[in-house]
Design a protein around this ligand. Structure first.
Ligand code: GBH
Length: 475
C-alpha cells in the first residue's frame, strides 16, 4: 500500500552518495585466471545439491574481463560510487602468499573507476574464504582472523594510495550462521559451536584489520557492513512472541552492533546460546580489538519480519528438540522461533516488502549506536529480486523493483528527517548476478545480464535510478 503522502517528491542533499554494489564471487567469473586460488564458494558450488541447478560462479557476469564496460555503464548512469569486494583467493591464492596478477586486477579496476569519476568503495570480504584456510578450520579457527589482518595490509599496500573507503566484512552473520550453522552457504558446515566460533573470529578479524589500517593511514574511512532485519512480535501481547523478537533481534542485530559499538556481546543473547560457546573462545582483549573505533556503519536491508515463539519457559526444550532432529537452523540457541507473514506483497525471494522497517531501523541504529560514536550510516545494500520479463532487445520494464527502491529511498529520507546521519545508498545490485545458493535463478540487478551473450541492458529501474542520482529527487 502506498503511503498517503507518497506523491510529494523528496530531495536528498547534493553530497548524498548514490551508488550500486556487487560482490566478487557473484560477478567476476574468471575463477582460475591469472593464478586465482579456489575459495569456499568454488568448492561449495561444485558440490552437487548445494546450489540451484548446479550453477557456479565460474563465469558469472565475467566482470573480471568486462570491468571497463561495467565502469562505463555506471558512468552513463551517473552513479557516484561503486561498492565492490575483493576475492581473497585471487590476491592470496592460499590465503597467505601474494599473487601480484590478482592485485593488478583490482588496481586496474580502481584506476578505471577514478578515471570515470566514480569513488571506489572496497569490501575486503564478501563470503569467499580461500579454500586453503577453510582446510585449516576456516573461520572456526582463530588463526583465520590473523590471516585476515595480513590480507588487509596486502590490500592497503596495493590500493591504499587510491582507495579511501574500506569495509572489512560484509554481513558476518551470514558467513558465520549460514556458513557454519545451517550449511545453506559455503562452507556448508552444520555445527552451532563452530558458527559461534566463526562469528567471534570474523569480528576479531575485523578489529585487527581496522587497527592495522588505521595505523597505516589515519585518514581512511573504515567500517563494516552488517545485515539488519527489523524483528517485531507477531502479537505484542504474547510473551512467547515478545521473547522471539528479542531473541532474533539479539542474535542477528545486537550481537554484532553491541560488540562493535559497546565492546560486549549482549548478555541476553549469551544466555540464549549458553552451552554452545567453546571455552576460551573469547580471549582477554578481544572485545577491545573488535570495538576499535570505526567511521562508517554499512547497513544492508531487505525486509522486516514478524516473529512468533513458544512460551519462554519452553524455549530451551524446543531449541534442544530442534537441534536433535538435525534440522539445521541458523538461529543458534533460538531454533524454536518462526516468522509469520504480514500479508504484504513479496519479492521473488519470498521477502515481504515493508519499507517502514528501514526507517525505524535507521533511526534506531542512529540513536542506539552510531550517533554517540560519531559514525555515519550508509545503506550499503537494498534492492529486490523479481521474475523479470525481458523483451527481444533485453529490456525489462521492472516496475516492481523500481517501486521497491523508490519506497525504500523515501524511507531513508524519512529517517534522515528523523535525525539519522545517512550519507549514501547503494542499490543491490548493479548487475543480475550469482545469487549464492539460488544461482542465476534470482535476478537483483538494475541492469539485465543475458548470461548467453553477457549483454548488459539497463532496466527501467536503472533509468529511473540514474535520474534520481542526477537530481537527488525521489518522487
Ligand atoms: C545480501 O545478503 C548479500 O550481501 C548479497 O550478496 C546478496 O546477493 C543479497 O543480500 C541478496 O540476497 O532465511 O535464514 O537466511 C542478504 C542475506 C537473506 C540474510 C535473508 C538473512 C534471512 C534469514 N539475508 N536472511 S535466512
Amino acid at each position: 500500500a502506498v503511503q498517503p503522502n507518497a506523491e510529494a517528491p523528496v530531495s536528498f542533499p547534493p553530497s548524498f552518495l548514490w551508488g550500486s554494489a556487487t560482490a566478487a564471487y557473484q560477478v567476476e567469473g574468471a575463477w582460475n585466471d591469472d593464478g586465482r586460488g579456489p575459495s569456499i564458494w568454488d568448492t561449495f558450488s561444485k558440490t552437487p545439491g548445494k546450489v540451484f541447478s548446479g550453477h557456479t560462479g565460474d563465469v558469472a557476469c565475467n566482470h573480471y574481463h568486462r570491468y571497463r564496460e561495467d565502469v562505463a555503464l555506471m558512468k552513463r548512469l551517473g552513479l557516484k560510487v561503486y561498492r565492490f569486494s575483493v576475492s581473497w583467493s585471487r590476491v592470496m591464492p592460499d590465503g597467505i602468499n601474494v599473487n601480484e596478477a590478482g592485485l593488478h586486477f583490482y588496481s586496474d579496476l580502481v584506476d578505471e573507476l577514478l578515471e570515470a569519476g566514480i569513488i571506489p568503495w572496497l569490501t575486503q570480504y564478501h563470503w569467499d574464504l580461500p579454500q586453503a584456510l577453510e582446510d585449516r578450520g576456516g573461520w572456526a579457527n582463530r588463526e583465520t582472523a590473523f590471516a585476515f589482518e595480513r590480507y588487509a595490509v596486502v590490500l592497503h599496500e596495493a590500493l591504499g594510495d587510491r582507495v579511501r573507503h574500506w569495509t572489512t566484512l560484509n554481513e558476518p552473520w551470514c558467513s558465520a550462521f549460514l556458513g557454519y550453522a545451517n550449511g545453506h552457504h559455503a562452507p556448508g558446515r552444520t555445527s552451532p559451536e563452530d558458527a559461534l566460533a566463526a562469528a567471534h573470529h570474523l569480528l576479531l578479524g575485523h578489529g585487527l584489520a581496522v587497527r592495522a589500517l588505521r595505523e597505516r593511514d589515519a585518514s581512511l574511512e573504515l567500517g563494516l557492513t552488517l545485515n539488519f532485519t527489523d524483528y517485531q512480535p507477531a502479537d505484542p501481547e504474547s510473551a512467547g512472541d515478545l521473547d522471539a523478537a528479542r531473541r532474533l533481534d539479539g542474535s542477528f542485530n545486537r550481537f554484532f552492533a553491541d560488540a562493535i559499538f559497546r565492546g560486549a556481546y549482549p548478555q541476553d543473547v549469551l544466555k540464549d546460546q549458553a552451552g554452545l560457546w567453546r571455552a576460551h573462545l573469547v580471549q582477554p582483549g578481544d572485545l577491545e580489538i573488535i570495538s576499535a573505533p570505526i567511521d562508517v556503519l554499512g547497513v544492508n536491508f531487505y525486509t522486516g519480519e514478524l516473529l512468533t515463539g513458544v512460551d519462554p519457559q519452553q524455549a530451551a526444550e524446543a531449541a534442544a528438540a530442534a537441534r536433535a532432529t538435525g534440522a539445521p537452523n541458523p538461529n543458534v540457541g533460538s531454533e524454536h522461533v518462526s516468522s509469520v507473514r504480514r500479508g504484504l506483497p513479496q519479492t521473488a525471494m519470498g521477502w515481504e516488502v515493508y519499507p517502514q522497517a528501514l526507517k525505524d531501523l535507521l533511526i534506531r541504529l542512529h540513536r542506539d549506536y552510531t550517533e554517540a560514536a560519531g559514525v555515519a550510516l550508509y545503506v550499503t545494500e537494498n534492492g529486490a529480486a523479481y521474475d523479470d520479463d525481458a523483451d527481444a532487445s533485453g529490456f525489462v520494464q521492472d516496475d516492481e523493483r523500481l517501486d521497491y527502491i523508490r519506497r525504500h529511498l523515501r524511507a531513508v529520507h524519512e529517517a534522515m528527517e528523523g535525525g539519522a546521519d545517512i550519507r549514501g545508498y547503494f542499490v543491490w545490485s548493479l548487475l543480475d548476478n550469482f545469487e549464492w545458493a539460488f544461482g542465476y535463478d534470482k535476478r537483483f540487478g538494475i541492469v539485465r545480464v543475458d548470461y548467453e551473450t553477457q549483454q548488459r541492458t539497463p532496466k527501467a529501474s536503472a533509468q529511473w535510478y540514474a535520474e534520481v542520482a542526477r537530481t537527488g529527487v525521489v518522487g
